[in-house]
Unconditional design. Sequence first.
Lengths: 405, 282
Amino acid sequence: MTRPNTYRSGPDERGHFGIYGGRFVAETLMPLILEVEKAYREARADPAFEGAIREHLKQYVGRPNPLYYAERLTEKLGGAKIYFKREELNHTGAHKINNCIGQILLARRMGKKRIIAETGAGQHGVATATVCALFDMPCVIYMGETDIARQQPNVFRMKLLGAEVVPVTSGARTLKDAMNEALRDWVTNVADTYYLIGTAAGPHPYPAMVRDFQSVIGDEVRVQMQELEGRLPDSLVACVGGGSNAIGLFHPFLDDPSVQMVAVEAAGHGIDKGPLAHAASITGGRPGVLHGNRTYLLQDEDGQILEGHSISAGLDYPGVGPEHSWLHDIGRVEYVSATDQETLDAFQLCARTEGIIPALESAHALAEIVKRAPKLPKDHLMVLCLSGRGDKDIFSVAQHLGVKL
Amino acid sequence: MSVAVDNGRIARRFAALKAEGRAGLVTFITAGDPDLETCRAVLHGLPAAGADLIELGLPFSDPMADGPAIQAASLRALHAGTTARKTLDLVRGFRETDADTPVILMGYYNPIHAYGVDRFLADAIAAGVDGLIVVDLPPEEDEELCIPALKAGVNFIRLATPTTDDKRLPAVLQNTSGFVYYVSIAGITGAASADNAAVGAAVERLKRHTDLPVAVGFGIKTPEQAADVARIADAAVVGSAIVTRLAGGLDADGKARPGLAEDVLGFVRELAGGVRGARGSV
């Protein structure tokens, strides 16, 4: 395969990253998708829009968050020098808010009156409910009934923030069904509603737009690593469900050939344990079309979508952002996976050595660092995206560890 | 494009309807719902019950433009083991008994993508499929399936909606063949019903842009509503209401009770009565 001059120019004007991406939506939604694309293009050209995002990220979200040298973990693993990008210190406790600030400012510019969103673990739902409270807009969050049962604290947070949480009882009652239901709402309320998608997937322009809003992660790492070490990092590691924190960290470095990138999917019980045992779309799936884009999907022979499994409700989406599919195919990013057990081990290790309880999503990336760092030299600079904090996960972790709370 | 495509049945049927001076009834059922045997009985009985064109749903796990009735139908069909191949088998079996009633497959792209576009089109033609309606393939993605289908001789029927404005309409109509399906409400299948005056104006607008027949669907639940649409469009499409009637004939385990097919066909007969009597009663 010929190497492109740049990995950062995508998507093309029709939303394609190589063969991935696109706009596979019903005709009713198509004019809206085009409207979002036009509004986003205009907003990006407006310095006032960029300024408003910068100001909110600074004053409200608390950015820039630190690039923290994880000294004890580094010593314990005995290899690469490990840095954490502390996205878990953001307001609301995860990287999700970066995207929500950008999109709610766009929705306001477009004159939309009502916000809808889907959520799996509830982090995106909380971030969306938060910005809706801040900007005084009605907010409806679709969440699978199964996820509601396992993420009660976040459901209550959303309600405290004034959002309406609608239980989704169709299909498997998890994230993909919540997205179906949000699309059904959007197609019914086209005139006044903005769909605030939480990850770098969906129809164009969402994958590119969410990536742009999340690229603040990688942009800050670039500056911070320069200040701390006087050079670029050697490798970047992030977890991937839909893949928004990973693409946000990776994208600013895609054209720096010395920077290795590793994305970690959820292997659940193990990828070799069958198609329903994991949520690794790239490592264990194949290309198809769902939710507006062509991308790697968990699906059966007949093209029916399968329900992924992961200990982390934020990673068990049966697809992945289209840019990741492309970066995988061209070999720019390495896609690996971590099992539930490896993740639980890394989760506890991080808590005990660094005093940080990570989100189970982020603990997948930590599990990869545990495997990789010891084999690398001490001058290898490795950055982990600590995408969220683990407070929301303590109940399910306790259950897995056999502890009754 | 439509000239190159026409394999005949859809155009012949609309020409015959025009000659009769009436609108057509387009009925939707999901392939394999609630099981292949019962579905076959309903399918084979549809023409005699008054269906002029048949839409057969290709089941998909994630039908994001459909309401609860058709979502449930899709899941029932999948649980009964329905695949794209078995859907085509149903059409092949139907063609042995009926050479004239157009059959249009309606669904989402991924099952066709997984089957392989060229292989799917070849097998669909061999089975006797006349057209495709693929909800998540707007004109922006025409080269995926629409252009290959037209080249292979399968009609590609597009949905036009209340959000399709005059600026966009030519792009929507450009590679449409067979007929145009006007979605009368912005929403999912089986939801609210549209206002007749608004539908009439929309059909007139479409007619200014195309010579193709216009079928109207979404929200038509009763013979009376079907008759209202039959007065202003070339055909009325009924889906969720038929599927709901079918679901009413299931037992607690989701199995078909005796008489289910006859009951569904009886409802289709009532709908056909509405459509056929519509213009005479104006």
